[in-house]
Design a protein around this ligand. Structure first.
Ligand code: CA
Length: 479
């Protein structure tokens, strides 16, 4: 009879801090990579958005460094993910299009020659997991469990319906409203590792619950962990929980209202995960990254009523609106809090930054990374920019871009080369090619040099038109 009482007394004598209840301080930090999908540059509070409250994401940004020139390496989903999951420009290994949805294809997926962030951290003694959207190949050979991840909960395709049984996507594309039946990809099974599970009541909510459960489950492990939490929201289809929609009843436009509810659901899910980190005493030994896989699609296919603020263009463009994204790095006690960092950084930096935080060297037998360790730059220890130049190539060379300091040069198959001063002109309005031809020539030459290190796409996928269906693009468009 007395033992339970004793236990209660002992429990009450423990300090209020939960850290003593959690695992002993690990020498190596956990890594939490949170990716949103098709999130507009202006659609979270810490980016200046006003109509969609995102208190949890704002708190995350306030706890770390907000990179105001944070880029992804491609303006659509899968190539962008292939870039940051390998730390390499994905055109170096031919991953230049979204994979076609085909469970039988051994072609359409992250080439098996490539090593992932999961491989690297699992090799460093980490428990590794993916929760959410994979989109790096649907054939079993591309399954996350075979690409460096011990644990997987999610779906293999590039998108998914949020509400079970819903069958209609409403999209606005090419200026007209289209209704299409949700295809097999958006209704593909939810998988726990390789085992099918019933669809949850609402997908984004479930992904947050799963991530919080993972963080809690591994809190007391001897091993540190790496979790890649890949939301598919706020990518289309536009669907949200009824209670969340009610919070945005004041937004007259139905599409924007639904989009707002979806972004708020992502924010709520992030809050759930960060709350689990706090509750288990892991927050200060967890390095957190957050960004969107590409810019918001406003008028093209998959348009979701997102806003990219002052940036020109959208998902699918190499204008800033396609490739510059909300981007946060947070590691309390190790990185400054509430800081903005303006030098260009790119999602390819996530892997080398994580390896540096973990204290692991890249296997010298593997090809070199294109990203850099951002930690000394974000602490202010290193004053020079992390990158001399960042590069983009789209659709097998139908469009190219380079950023060097304040300069952005680009050309597309359709357009003559253009040059912008992004510090003075972040909206890319004033073409300076005629005023600074020497800068334009230098940057064009740098792109051509970079392009020589790339290969042709392993597969093509552009069912909605675009550059590659035009005569004569492809590698003939090299500047
Ligand atoms: Ca995307």
């Amino acid at each position: 009879m007395k033992r339970p009482f004793l236990l209660v007394v002992l429990f009450c004598l423990l300090p209020a801090s939960s850290s003593l209840l959690a695992a002993p301080a690990a020498a190596k930090p956990n890594i939490l990579l949170i990716v949103a999908d098709d999130l507009g540059y202006n659609d979270v509070g810490f980016q200046g958005g006003r109509d969609i409250p995102t208190p949890h994401l704002d708190k995350l940004a306030a706890s770390g460094v907000r990179c105001t020139s944070g880029y992804v390496s491609y303006p659509v989903c899968s190539p962008s993910r292939a870039g940051f999951i390998t730390g390499r420009y994905q055109q170096r290994f031919g991953h230049e299009f979204n994979p076609r949805w085909n469970l039988e294809s051994k072609i359409d997926g992250l080439p098996l020659s490539q090593s992932t962030m999961g491989d690297a951290l699992r090799g460093a003694g980490y428990t590794t997991g993916v929760i959410g959207k994979w989109h790096l190949g649907a054939h079993p050979q591309f399954h996350p469990n075979r690409r460096g991840f011990d644990e997987f909960y999610g779906f293999l395709g590039g998108g998914h319906r949020y509400l079970p049984g819903s069958h209609v996507d409403v999209e606005v594309g090419a200026g007209k409203k289209m209704e299409t039946h949700a295809d097999a990809e958006h209704a593909s099974p939810m998988l726990r590792n390789t085992v099918e599970e019933p669809e949850p009541p609402e997908l984004t909510t479930k992904l947050g619950e799963e991530a919080a459960a993972s963080v809690t489950r591994h809190a007391r492990d001897a091993k540190p962990w790496f979790l890649y939490l890949a939301f598919n929201a706020p990518h289309t289809p536009l669907q949200a929980r009824t209670d969340m929609l009610a919070k945005f009843a004041h937004i007259a436009d139905e599409r924007r209202r639904t989009y707002a509810a979806m972004v708020a659901t992502v924010d709520e899910a992030v809050g759930r995960v960060l709350g689990a980190l706090d509750a288990t005493g892991q927050r200060e030994r967890t390095l957190v990254f957050f960004f969107s896989d590409n810019g918001g699609p406003m008028t093209k296919r998959n348009a979701n009523a997102s806003h990219n603020g002052i940036l020109r263009g959208q998902k699918g463009d190499i204008f800033e609106g396609g490739i510059r994204v909300p981007f946060v790095v947070s590691w309390p006690g190790r990185l400054p809090a509430g800081r903005s960092y303006a030098e260009p950084v790119i999602a390819l930096d996530v892997l080398p930054t994580a390896l540096a935080a973990v204290g692991v060297k890249r296997d010298p037998k593997l090809p070199p990374l294109d990203g850099v360790n951002l930690l000394p730059f974000l602490t202010g220890e290193t004053k020079t920019p992390p990158h001399a130049r960042l590069f983009w190539r789209m659709d097998d060379g139908a469009a190219f871009a380079v950023r060097e300091g304040k300069w952005k040069w680009f050309r597309t198959y359709e357009n003559a080369p253009q040059l912008y001063d992004l510090v003075a002109d972040p909206s890319e309005k004033n073409d300076l090619v005629a005023k600074h031809p020497e800068v334009a020539a230098r940057l064009a030459a740098s792109v051509a040099e970079w392009n020589r290190g790339l290969v042709a796409p392993v597969w093509f996928n552009n069912p909605f038109g675009g550059f590659i269906n035009l005569p004569g693009p492809g590698k003939t468009a090299v500047p």
